[in-house]
Design a protein around this ligand. Structure first.
Ligand SMILES: Nc1ncnc2c1ncn2[C@@H]1O[C@H](COP(=O)(O)OP(=O)(O)OP(=O)(O)O)[C@@H](O)[C@H]1O
Length: 268
């Protein structure tokens, strides 16, 4: 890509949801006239009551669901305008979804195998991804030999092996204990800071959203839409001191009040 194109690329939003609606075939209206723009290098969390359409929106961003109306654009282009391999996005789900019969490195290599990449090329990428998530020594073991947190790390390594520009994460640490979750949050934040990654992260945890994000989007239910868009004020390098700082607590309280409003709306 030439320099002028790269420049234009940097200015375009990574993701744009323009007046997006989603009505499922059973008549459930999951999203209504939703507008959201996400720029390069942002870490955006989606927070909202159960059923407000967070996963639906994330699946749309992954191209796994189509909007009933409106458009989603990636780097300024529609899904079919993208050339293969031009942009890379990867998704991480709440379950690690590893193949139990395959070793960790083989699991992490799966998307590259499916893309037909020769092993000589994929192997160094898999090793680098496993190193990044702290599983450099565990490529040769089976998923059952790993703890829940390590399985989730393996799932993240599988996503990172594709060298994504955009990482979509649907409550990836929701099933983990709080200690493990905090550690993985810190590692993810470090990864995001080190690499040129844009992250969209669905969570139910206000604390996790404030700790991780540069921006938190609060959604309301029935039908799902954006209720508030809050920039998070915090240091670039976040650690335990941030979790206990006055600024962190103040921003959690603010989001908690917004979420209470969002929940209240859903009860009408
Ligand atoms: N495949 C589907 N068919 C019909 N309705 C669906 C489907 N998927 C989701 N829904 C409905 O759409 C609405 C939004 O669901 P979605 O899973 O996107 O919300 P969510 O905010 O991610 O919820 P949660 O926080 O509980 O995971 C809900 O009412 C849900 O029941």
């Amino acid at each position: 890509m030439n320099a002028a194109l790269q420049m234009a690329d940097a200015e375009r939003p990574v993701l744009l949801a323009n007046q997006v609606e989603k009505t499922y075939p059973n008549g459930t209206q999951a999203l209504q006239r939703l507008k959201l723009e996400i720029g390069r290098g942002e870490f955006v969390s989606l927070l909202g009551p159960s059923g407000c359409g967070k996963s639906t929106l994330l699946k749309m961003f992954a191209g796994l669901e189509q909007p009933s109306a409106g458009q989603v654009r990636w780097w300024g282009k529609g899904a079919i305008e993208q050339s293969a391999g031009e942009r890379r996005l990867a998704m991480v789900f709440q379950e690690a979804t590893l193949m139990p019969w395959a070793k960790v490195a083989d699991n992490a290599r799966l998307p590259l195998d499916l893309a037909g990449m020769p092993k000589s090329q994929s192997e160094p990428r898999v090793q680098a991804a496993l190193q990044l998530v702290g599983l450099g020594q565990f490529g040769g073991v089976y998923p059952r030999e790993l703890s829940g947190g390590m399985q989730m790390r393996a799932s993240i390594a599988r996503a990172l092996a594709t060298e994504p520009n955009l990482l979509l994460m649907d409550e990836p640490f929701g099933a983990l204990d709080e200690f493990t979750r905090n550690r993985l949050d810190s590692d993810l934040r470090r990864l995001w800071a080190e690499r040129d990654l844009t992250v969209v992260f669905v969570t139910h945890s206000i604390y996790e959203a404030v700790y991780l994000s540069s921006r938190v989007v609060v959604m309301g239910a029935r039908p799902g839409r954006v209720l508030a868009d809050v920039a998070i004020d915090g240091p670039a390098e976040r650690d335990e001191a941030f979790r206990t700082s006055a600024g962190f607590i103040r921003q959690c309280a603010h989001l908690s009040a917004l979420l209470a409003e969002a929940n209240g709306e859903g009860e009408h």
